[in-house]
Design a protein around this ligand. Structure first.
Ligand code: SF4
Ligand code: SF4
Length: 102
């Protein structure tokens, strides 16, 4: 891939095409990653609401939306989803942050 010249770059902070964030794979610099334990999930969708990167995978094909996991290409490892995930299954939460193996 050849580098762009300065004159070819867009100015900082300008979004030239609305809704193009999904094209940018930005999940490779995190240190921690959420681990999804499906049997502890009560499908409250708090993680989906709070995730700042739309990195929660949700299946919309059924009667109700259902969290199915984490989209690691976009997850930054911020831990907000795990902080909001309620530990209601015998004190265990469905999302727990763990150090990512590199
Ligand atoms: S760690 Fe942060 S970016 Fe990753 S899924 Fe959770 S809230 Fe989203
Ligand atoms: S916040 Fe936790 S319990 Fe609620 S949907 Fe997300 S993973 Fe499941």
């Amino acid at each position: 891939m050849s580098l762009k010249k300065a004159s070819e770059l867009t100015e900082g902070g300008i979004i030239t095409e609305a809704g193009n964030a999904s094209e940018y794979k930005t999940g490779d610099w995190r240190t921690f990653v959420p681990e999804f334990v499906v049997e502890n999930c009560i499908q409250c969708l708090f993680c989906w609401i709070y995730c700042p990167d739309s990195a929660i995978a949700v299946d919309l094909s059924g009667e109700k939306p259902e969290v199915t996991g984490i989209i690691l290409e976009h997850c930054k490892g911020c831990g907000i989803c795990a902080a909001e995930c309620p530990p209601v299954k015998k004190g265990k939460a469905a999302l727990v942050m763990v150090r990512e193996a590199k």
